[in-house]
Design a protein around this ligand. Sequence first.
Ligand SMILES: NC(=O)c1ccc[n+]([C@@H]2O[C@H](COP(=O)([O-])OP(=O)(O)OC[C@H]3O[C@@H](n4cnc5c(N)ncnc54)[C@H](OP(=O)(O)O)[C@@H]3O)[C@@H](O)[C@H]2O)c1
Length: 342
Amino acid sequence: MTVVRLALAGVGNVGQSFLELLRDKGDLVRDRYGLDLRLILAADRSGAAVDPAGLDPAGLLVLKHTGHGVATGQGGRPGATAAEALTAVEADVLLEATLTDLHTGQPGLDLMCIAFEHGMHVVSANKGPLVLAYRELTGRAAQAGRQLRFSGAVCAGLPTINIGRRDLVAAQIDRVEGIFNSTTNYILESMSANAAYETALAEAQRMGVAEADPSLDVQGWDTANKLVIIANSVLNYPARLDEVEVTGMTLVTPGALQAAQAGGRKIKLLATALRRPDGSYRLRVAPTPLPIDHFLAQTSGWEMGIVYYTDIYGVLSAKVDERGPLPTGSAMLRDVIDIYQG
Ligand SMILES: NC(=O)c1ccc[n+]([C@@H]2O[C@H](COP(=O)([O-])OP(=O)(O)OC[C@H]3O[C@@H](n4cnc5c(N)ncnc54)[C@H](OP(=O)(O)O)[C@@H]3O)[C@@H](O)[C@H]2O)c1
């Protein structure tokens, strides 16, 4: 049995899903993989909770569900920053699930650097540090002889990154197409059924699909972020966010969607990476009419999908129907187990 000491930064939707998995799948992980996953640090904006003998995931969930911070319970350290707490513990893996900040990457970026400095592996759901500093982070991981995993950062449970990095060995990837944002996919589908944009957005917010501030989604930037992570990590192309040609979906009208449908097409907010002859990629996010029989035209409002066009594996397509943050927590668990199953 290998004891794996975990430090969780961010105990929101994703962090809490991970705690549920620790509570519900701990025995299975022990029996099937020989791993004793022990949470020794959790941090949110209230401070930190630390216990080298192991924090109780169920107890932390009760705290969060009743509106309390983790620092108010077992091993609580009110006011301690995540960075201070992480520096002081001996953990094996940092689980990064704080909010995505696309200007600074913080607090996730500093936490990841601290983790590598202290010999930890990093599993991240957070896109910000990966979009802004992918090369720096992979360099630090290599220098530390540790792993950086982020299979949940791009489309959560859908293994976009794993398929590209693990399964397309030795391939030349000529094109990637993806629907990486279920909020916009849901809104476009509702508008195809004649709902106005504002009504479709309000409905998506009511159902908890869309954020209160959905601007990153509808203006295409969430999709662009994910495309940049795929470009860096799968295509081995050092893309920056500012080179992605981004057009959001706010100007698409129900009339345009219906006209496309009458012509045998569906308009989707599509991410595309197209290989140029020199090996670089043109990166684009835009509302795009797809033939009705295209794999991605058939993704319903809740779904996200990806298609890899390769020279030696043919065309590989995958999609997921995902309704909530649990698959992102599951992807983090998958990464932890993968690190130790090697
Ligand atoms: N939700 C999804 O389905 C999904 C899918 C894929 C990737 N992601 C990514 O996963 C990450 C987490 O998403 P989420 O939906 O769980 O977000 P969330 O519900 O807003 O949770 C964010 C968490 O980060 C904590 N936090 C914020 N600033 C902090 C700081 N300076 N120090 C310590 N903790 C801090 C918050 O603390 P408080 O609890 O005290 O506010 C909260 O617990 C994001 O980067 C997101 O982009 C999410």
